[in-house]
Structure formats: C-alpha cells, structure tokens
Design a binder for this molecule. Structure first.
Ligand SMILES: Nc1ncnc2c1ncn2[C@@H]1O[C@H](COP(=O)(O)OP(=O)(O)OP(=O)(O)O)[C@@H](O)[C@H]1O
Length: 317
C-alpha cells in the first residue's frame, strides 16, 4: 500500500500555520487547564490569545515551548513538534515568559549577551536598538531594575535575534502607556518583516490595535475566534444624542422595540443614551425618521464586548 504524505503546496493558497494545535489538553491532576484547544496561527500575522485569569493562556504558551508537556493532543510549531525540535527550533522562537524572574548583579547588557549565546545570531547593535526604543538602560544590574524595566529586558531578549516566531506571555504587563505604544509598534514592524507574533493578554484593549486575529479563551477552550474586524461587528457601542423633543416619546417606543438596544434612556427633552449590541444599522434607520440634533457613537470597547459574551456574568446556556 502506498501512503501519500499530506503536503500543502503553494498552489493550495493555504500556508502551513506557524503554530497549530489540535485537541490540545493539559490536566493538572483533576484540574483541566487546557481542554481540546484547536489553534492555527498564520505565518506573518499577529494573533492575540485573550482571556481572564486562569483561562489557560500561560499553560498553552508553555506547551508550545516544550516547557511543559501536553496530556494529549498535537502541537506543531514552525512545522515541527516542540518535543523533537530541540535547540534548533528554540532558536527560531523569541519567548517572553509570563512570570519573568531576573535577579543578580549582572547588568542588562551582560545578561543579553548570555541569552544571545542561546538564541543564536544577534545582529550587532540590535539589542541596544530595541533597548533604546523601549527606554531601557542596559548598564544597570538586573536586580536593581523595576518590574517594568525587567519586562522590557525580557522583551529585548525575545526580539533581538529577529526570530521567525515571537511567543509573548502578557507582554504589556507593567509597561507604562508610552512604552506600551512603542511595544505595539515593534510588534507591527515584526509582522511587516514577515515574523509571526502570538501574544497573550487578559486586556484586549491593549493589543487590539496590533492584532490581526484574536482567539478568546475561557476555562481552557477557545470560545470565540476571528479577526479584530469581525469582533468589532459584535461589539458593544455606547450611543448618545438628541432628537427634537416633539418626537421623544415616539423615539423611546421605537428604540425599545430594537433587540440590539439596551439601557435605553430617553428624556422628554429628546436627549437619549443607550448601549448598542452589534451593528449600528437598525438604530440609524430609526433615527433617520427623526430630526437628529446630536449623535455620538463611541468607538467600540472590544473588551466589554468579549466579557459581555463570554465573561463570568454571561449566560452560557
Ligand atoms: N502547575 C500547576 N499546577 C496546578 N494547576 C495549575 C498549574 N499551572 C496552572 N494551573 C491551573 O490551570 C489553569 C490555567 O492556568 P494558566 O496560568 O494557564 O491561565 P492563564 O490564562 O495564563 O491565567 P493568568 O493570566 O492568571 O496567568 C488555572 O486554573 C491554574 O490554576
């Protein structure tokens, strides 16, 4: 019998994912941290793994790096099994662990030299360039660095050898807003250079500007997956405005009838406010029948949307 190997050719239009997991599971005794996780991260994209504390993000990322082993399921990272890929595979990955512990008298620069011996070729000046952009002083001993500066050092070691794949566990944790913005810029530049980025966060708003796709994790499973644009369509928007007071009551009755509209308040003066789930189209069609004096639709807060859909208060029935 002849077994034909399954190979994706360029003609298929499909690329081998940079990261792929199939039915991935990790049990700690009777506790299941990750249950049946299917994940596909396309090469050259930024993929966000979002979820509340305990959702299984760190456990998943550590299995990709072969720091811990799955109970069952399959993993492919850059086409190889993490278990068999060894140091050769590890050098193609930049990893920022979630619980970064850096101690000792050694300076940031010397620590990075040590990391460079493990991670392989680092272009001259690359570490200094990343450190400069993140506003990190490499001459200070690492034990004297604040939590945020240690996090920056962790980011520099992940980025400095320009790996094919960056796996970043809660990368924005401890960074002030300006540095966070610079970090997101580094992520976009990495993607534009063809690198793949998989990063986790429990705060979607922090990464939504840089991520192409997002997988939402809850209790060890992916509960939603899609492009940031798709998520935006299911987003929660806050709307407020005013119509002519003469039609205020009419407006209230019409908006009350829309299933997408919640927390509606319409004053006799014609001022109104509401929370809108999903597309703004039905609301706009109603408003179009009135004389609209004011209208503000706030940029959707994806985090609020995700929590409304999948958070602890959500109805999972
Ligand atoms: N070594 C371990 N032994 C036992 N349980 C563990 C261990 N590591 C993780 N867990 C449990 O597995 C579940 C998933 O944890 P994990 O750290 O992967 O979540 P997370 O999404 O990264 O959350 P956080 O943002 O809080 O780090 C949690 O219930 C956690 O308590």
């Amino acid at each position: 019998m002849c077994i034909v190997p399954f190979v994706l050719s360029a003609d298929d239009g499909a690329m081998t994912p940079a990261v792929r997991t199939d039915a991935l599971r990790k049990d700690y005794g009777r506790r299941t941290a990750v249950r049946g996780l299917n994940l596909a991260v396309e090469p050259g994209t930024v993929h966000g793994l979002i979820g509340p504390n305990g959702a299984g993000k760190t456990t998943t990322l550590r299995m990709l790096l072969d720091i811990i082993r799955p109970t069952s399921g399959e993993i492919r990272v850059l086409g190889s099994s993490p278990r068999r890929g060894g140091p050769g595979l590890r050098r193609r990955i930049g990893y920022l662990p979630g619980e970064l512990r850096l101690e000792g008298r050694v300076t940031g620069r010397n620590l990075l030299r040590h990391y460079a011996e493990i991670s392989g070729v680092v272009a001259p000046g690359a570490a200094e360039e990343f450190a400069g952009r993140l506003d990190l002083d490499l001459t200070r001993p690492v034990r004297a660095l604040s939590k945020g500066n240690k996090q920056k050092l962790g980011l520099v070691q992940a980025f400095m050898h320009r790996p094919e794949l960056l796996v970043l566990d809660e990368p924005t944790s401890g960074l002030d807003p300006l540095v966070q913005r610079e970090f997101l810029q580094l992520v976009r530049e990495a993607r534009d250079a063809g690198q793949t980025v998989l990063l986790s966060s429990h705060v979607l708003s922090e990464i939504q500007q840089a991520a192409d796709r997002v997988a939402v994790l809850s209790a060890g499973s992916v509960v939603a997956e899609g492009s940031v644009a798709d998520l935006r369509l299911t987003a929660v928007r806050h709307v407020r405005g005013a119509v002519d007071s003469a039609t205020a009551r009419e407006l209230k009755a019409e908006l009350d009838a829309l299933p997408q509209v919640r927390e509606l308040e319409v004053a006799d003066s014609g001022r109104f406010s509401a929370v809108l789930d999903g597309s703004p189209d039905p609301l706009l069609k109603v408003l179009a029948e009135h004389r609209v004096l004011d209208l503000v639709v706030e940029e959707p807060d994806l985090e609020e949307s995700v929590l409304a859909l999948y958070g602890p208060e959500a109805d999972h029935a």
